[in-house]
Design a protein around this ligand. Structure first.
Ligand code: SF4
Length: 269
């Protein structure tokens, strides 16, 4: 059963066609934009949801945001965020906004609550540079808005192998669904990179398969950053045998190069 607070507030979101019924809490949004500290060329971060259903093993966000890791997969629906954003946008005209720096803006809850779409609708074309980071194929639903805003998308696919993905990112859509979505975004004219970050020990032996899948999707640019242990629990990583891997990074570089893919080591907008 979903967790709820404020049933009255919830009613405004019920569209009648949302099939998602995961756990969530309503949380009134007091501030939509926050300073972005994770991407150097981006000034503001926008996270329509708190918490993330995808439950990735290497998620840095709970520690980085001082959130309770045990309740991270309970989604906090930031009601009123689009209205709040509309009021904040005039003061940040010309700046770059990254959508989904701490939680996935297209996690399953978005099918029901449409907060990400409402936020994109609130941004005026030409006023801000926008980049969307996600692990979900739901992003293709908003191609119209992404094109209108000239937004870029970073589709995150650390592994192509479905079984490994199920262990590393149990709640996320399959790598194939994400790569199909990246392919569609590219073909419709949305500037899209595939991020294989974090590159780590689980990448080892899977580099060729990953490069092949990305090339087959028709994506030409790949972002690869190493595993950053600063915001991860080292005991938990050790227990799972997950560690940074420079050797995997070296092999990826060769595999991407062989297929004519452009490799970037850091993200910029
Ligand atoms: S999709 Fe991103 S925010 Fe969500 S759990 Fe995975 S790494 Fe964390």
């Amino acid at each position: 059963m979903p967790l709820m607070s404020g049933n009255r507030t919830l009613l405004e979101f019920v569209s009648g066609k949302g099939e998602w019924d995961g756990e969530f809490l309503m949380a009134e949004c007091r501030r939509a934009l926050a300073p972005c500290t994770s991407i150097p060329s981006v000034q503001y971060a926008l996270n329509p949801y708190g918490g993330c259903e995808h439950g990735c093993v290497c998620c840095c966000a709970p520690k980085a945001t001082h959130a309770d890791p045990l309740s991270w997969r309970v989604v906090r629906v930031r009601s009123g965020i689009a209205q709040r954003l509309s009021r904040e946008l005039p003061a940040v005209a010309g700046s770059a906004i990254a959508v989904g720096t701490a939680t996935d803006p297209y996690q399953y809850a978005e099918r029901r609550f449409l907060l990400t779409r409402s936020c994109l609708e609130a941004i005026m074309p030409g006023r801000n540079r926008v980049v969307v980071l996600t692990k979900s194929d739901l992003v293709v639903r908003d191609i119209d808005l992404l094109l209108g805003l000239g937004a870029k998308v970073a589709m995150r696919v650390p592994v192509a192998d479905e079984r490994t993905s199920k262990v590393l990112e149990p709640g996320a859509p399959s790598p194939k669904a994400r790569l199909d979505a990246a392919s569609r975004l590219c073909s419709e004219g949305v500037e899209t990179v595939v991020s294989v970050s974090p590159v780590a020990s689980f990448t080892e032996g899977r580099e060729s398969e990953l490069a092949e899948a990305i090339a087959a999707a028709g994506v030409r640019t790949v972002l690869a950053e190493g595993l950053d242990m600063r915001h991860l629990d080292s005991v938990s990583m050790d227990r799972r045998g997950i560690a940074p891997s420079e050797s995997a990074m070296g092999v990826l570089e060769k595999e991407f190069g062989r297929r004519g893919l452009e490799l970037r080591r850091s993200f910029s907008v």
